[in-house]
Design a protein around this ligand. Structure first.
Ligand SMILES: Cc1ncc(COP(=O)(O)O)c(C=O)c1O
Length: 370
């Protein structure tokens, strides 16, 4: 947040800042989504919807699972949420009681830790490394329970992951789903970077079990961060409890955004072109970064992040990020946000920007580090 605030201030002051700090696409929402929203606005009346979303969006999402994964999902198991962020609140509130232990990967998305902590849950950060392809495994969950002297009530895994870009393949997901089923642990699968996998298979936990709580969003592949629409696929028994909490917390997700999101599900042609531009950025980073001493610390399988090992240059990634911003106007996120223990040696860069911007940023960094 500090780096972002400084980047915004510098940009306002006329400095040519390139931000690789934020995890959002530079591309706007797909044309079909914008057109659907314009038509809805011309009609004028935007109101509340059902607490778990419109029937149209839920059946379009069921179609999405048929189309992408060959799965038949009953639309009644789908809950539309105000971004996936609301989905985490709803899932945690309905699955857990205060004091319950929930495992997440370290490094991982910082909001997990913050939301779990705010709800009075015990956060069990499980270190991931090259040994386990930067993902959670039944063995690492076992070890974490022993070391922390806890019995897990939940496991939350993102694939593709932020900040590491790691994709957990079908076998890895199945091992986790089976382990959770055998130990009565709720398995929450964050699939918000689905659609953005470059070097691996992309399995949904729904292909392996009906018991997973799957969380997804229109923010990333669909380029709709500001529209604040996400969704969950739930085991049937959780639908009613989640509906009751959702009704009280949010009343409903925004109707205009639901209309736009329904149209976005049919925009794969446009969105796959955006994905291709990330793939070109990824190729450039994979080629250039190791040559300038910034090797990726984890495989860049998916999402649009490179998690870089900066230990050749510094032991203080925060100071490094600040200097990079003030000296060459390139913003990146210090690893401490994602990993409070080891993140002083890492930096996350997002490659969701335009190809010209990413290329320029890499050249500035290369010249700076010489
Ligand atoms: C792994 C992960 N999950 C969830 C989110 C939240 O996204 P949203 O609330 O926009 O759906 C993010 C945002 O960056 C993320 O990186």
């Amino acid at each position: 947040m500090d780096v972002l605030a400084e980047a915004t201030k510098r940009r306002a002051g006329g400095h040519p800042v390139i931000s690789m700090a934020v995890g959002q696409p530079s591309h706007p929402a797909p044309q079909a989504a914008l057109q659907a929203a314009r038509e809805a606005l011309a009609e004028g009346r935007i109101g509340y919807t059902n607490a778990l979303g419109t029937a149209r969006l839920k059946s379009a999402l069921a179609w999405h699972y048929r189309n992408r994964h060959g799965l038949e999902i009953d639309p009644a198991r789908i809950a539309v949420t105000t971004g996936s962020s609301a989905g985490f609140n709803l899932a945690f509130l309905s699955l857990f009681d205060a004091g319950d232990a929930v495992a997440i990967a370290r490094p991982g998305y910082p909001a997990y830790r913050n939301i779990l902590g705010a709800l009075g849950l015990k956060v069990v950060e499980v270190p991931v490394s090259a040994e386990t392809h930067f993902t959670l495994t039944p063995e690492s969950l076992e070890a974490a329970q022993r070391e922390n002297d806890v019995t897990l009530k939940g496991v939350l895994l993102a694939s593709p992951a932020n900040p590491t870009g790691t994709v957990t393949g079908r076998d890895g997901l199945k091992a986790l789903a089976d382990y959770c089923a055998a130990h009565s642990i709720a398995f929450i699968s964050d699939e918000i970077y689905h659609g953005l996998t470059f070097a691996s298979e992309e399995a949904s936990a729904l292909e392996l079990t009906d018991e997973a709580i799957v969380i997804n969003s229109f923010s990333k592949y669909y380029c709709m961060t500001g529209w604040r629409i996400g969704w969950m696929v739930l085991p049937e028994r959780l639908v009613r409890p989640i509906e009751r909490v959702a009704q009280s917390l949010y009343i409903s997700p925004p109707e205009l955004s639901q209309i736009a999101a329904t149209a976005a599900l049919g925009a794969a042609e446009e969105l796959d072109k955006v994905k291709a531009s990330y793939a070109a950025n990824r190729d450039l980073l994979l080629d250039r970064l190791p040559k300038i001493g910034l090797a990726p610390a984890s495989p860049m399988d998916g999402a649009f992040y490179a998690y870089l090992d900066v230990s050749r240059f510094t032991n203080d990634s925060m100071g490094f990020a600040k200097r990079m911003l003030t000296e060459i106007n390139v913003a990146a996120t210090p690893g401490l946000d994602f990993d409070p223990l080891e993140g002083h040696r890492t930096l996350r860069v997002s490659y969701a920007g335009s190809q010209a911007e990413i290329a320029e940023a890499v050249e500035r960094i290369a010249a700076w580090l010489k």
